[in-house]
Design a protein around this ligand. Structure first.
Ligand code: PLP
Length: 436
């Protein structure tokens, strides 16, 4: 790549012109809210190409990318084997609306990599996965009420936009107009990481709770690792109370380990949602789990869920190739080591410059919280200095480091983030922290 090392605001003229054009024809100028940089100020670089861990914007500016398309790009951008799989599959036809061998291969791979999944249904996004899993869980339990957790994000389905994380949290829209109150009265949102609260809530709504959905390690209010035995406690309480636990591993699946957070913590959830890495950068999601639950899905069972492009061969081939490469490379311990090095370096710089921040990470996911206390739930996340985060983000961007444009998001490493890249990042971080 021949782009400049970094892109200062004065050199983002083409991106700014594109943003102006975009705003005239697309709400906020984007197709997904957080991309608009509202939370950190300034206007977003428009991306022209990407390779490995680097992005190049429309003005030729180059960035070390810690967004990785919000998680999928664990192998880095434009990985040759994945590009080749996409090209070769597309050349044979991009969609048939009929079964393919590729789908069987991917379904078998998912079932073998995620021990809790006996059967799986492929869909087109993480949102579709969570919405569909919830329908199945409600049908299985015969109950409508669900519990979710404050600050967790499960896509933009109506039932989940109650105290939600990610873009809705970033933009102060944790509950959205347009979602009928009749829907949200079936959703109870509880503080994350507190088993006592969950126990009391089950007691209060005895016999009524059909499903409990959570991000086992959160990324959508920033990275929060669950308290010891929390996830096990959630599974036990669900089992005792006849509620189906849904682990939303759209972000953590194939990211923390092949089998996601469940593998990391040695647990198995009745239902699991997947997305992001599963599609290797193409639109693909999945939900799956226990055979007796998944057998309820049409056409085997009565729960209707369908999709014209579900199991799309191009997306499936990108996902298959990505998972096969991950199996061959088994990069998780090395990714965690590099991530630890980066996070430790940021902590050290902050200490040197007398700045209060928490760098929380799990495997190759991390968040730099401008907070003087560890963050363990939404309430503590909201005590962060978001203005300071905005300055940190903008100044890093000017030095060619592209972090997630919100205090309440996870950043990601890929296998392309090598020692040299980490050192360059740490140098930029140190310069920026010295100015805050
Ligand atoms: N669940 C989690 C945990 C997510 O992080 C996301 C997206 O960030 C979703 C669901 C929704 O996935 P998608 O954006 O593919 O619809």
């Amino acid at each position: 790549m021949n782009g400049r090392q970094s892109s200062s605001p004065s050199s983002r003229r083409r991106s700014e012109a594109l943003f102006a054009r975009a705003r005239a024809v697309m709400p906020g100028g984007v197709n997904s809210p957080v991309r608009a940089f509202k939370a950190v100020g300034g206007s977003p670089p428009f991306i022209a190409s990407a390779q490995g861990c680097r992005l190049v914007d429309a003005d030729g500016g180059e960035y070390i990318d810690y967004v990785g398309s919000w998680g999928p790009m664990i192998l880095g951008h434009s990985r040759p084997e994945v590009v080749k799989a996409i090209q070769q599959t597309a050349a044979r036809g991009s969609s048939y609306g009929a079964p393919t061998e590729l789908e069987v291969d991917l379904a078998e791979k998912v079932c073998s990599l995620v021990p809790s999944i006996d059967m799986v249904r492929l869909v087109n996004s993480g949102t579709e996965a969570t919405m569909s899993a919830l329908r199945v869980a409600r049908a299985f339990s015969g109950r409508d009420l669900i519990f979710k957790f404050d600050g967790c994000y499960h896509g933009h389905g109506d039932s989940f936009l109650v105290q939600a994380g990610s873009g809705s949290l970033t933009l102060g829209m944790a509950d959205s107009p347009g979602v009928p109150a009749d829907f949200t009265r079936h959703t109870v949102s509880l503080p994350f990481n507190d088993l006592e609260v969950l126990k009391e809530a089950f007691h209060k709504h005895r016999g009524k709770v059909g499903a409990v959905i959570l991000e086992p390690v959160t990324g959508n209010m920033g990275v929060i690792v669950p308290a010891k035995k929390y996830l096990q406690g959630v599974l036990e309480l669900c089992a005792e109370n006849g509620a189906v636990a849904i682990f939303d591993e759209v972000m953590t699946g194939f990211r923390l380990a092949f089998g996601g957070a469940q593998q990391m913590y040695g647990l198995e959830a009745p239902l699991t949602c997947l997305g992001k890495i599963l599609g290797g950068g193409m639109p693909l999601g999945a939900y799956g789990g226990r055979r007796d639950i998944m057998e309820m899905v049409a056409p085997q069972g009565p729960v209707y869920q369908a999709g014209t492009l579900s199991g799309n061969p191009v997306a499936v081939s990108a996902g298959l190739q990505t998972l096969s490469l991950l199996e061959a490379l088994d990069p998780y311990s090395e990714l965690a080591r590099r991530s630890e090095k980066l996070c430790q370096g940021i902590r050290q710089s902050a200490e040197d410059h007398g700045i209060a921040l928490q760098v929380q990470h799990c495997g190759s996911m991390f968040t730099v919280y401008f907070n003087d206390q560890p963050v363990r739930d939404l309430a503590s996340a909201q005590r962060c200095d978001v203005k300071r985060f905005g300055a940190f983000h903008g100044r890093l961007l000017d030095r060619g480091v592209y972090l997630a444009p919100s205090q309440f998001e996870a950043c990601f490493l890929s296998i392309s983030h090598d020692q040299q890249v980490i050192e360059r990042t740490l140098q930029a971080v140190d310069e920026v922290l010295s100015t805050l």
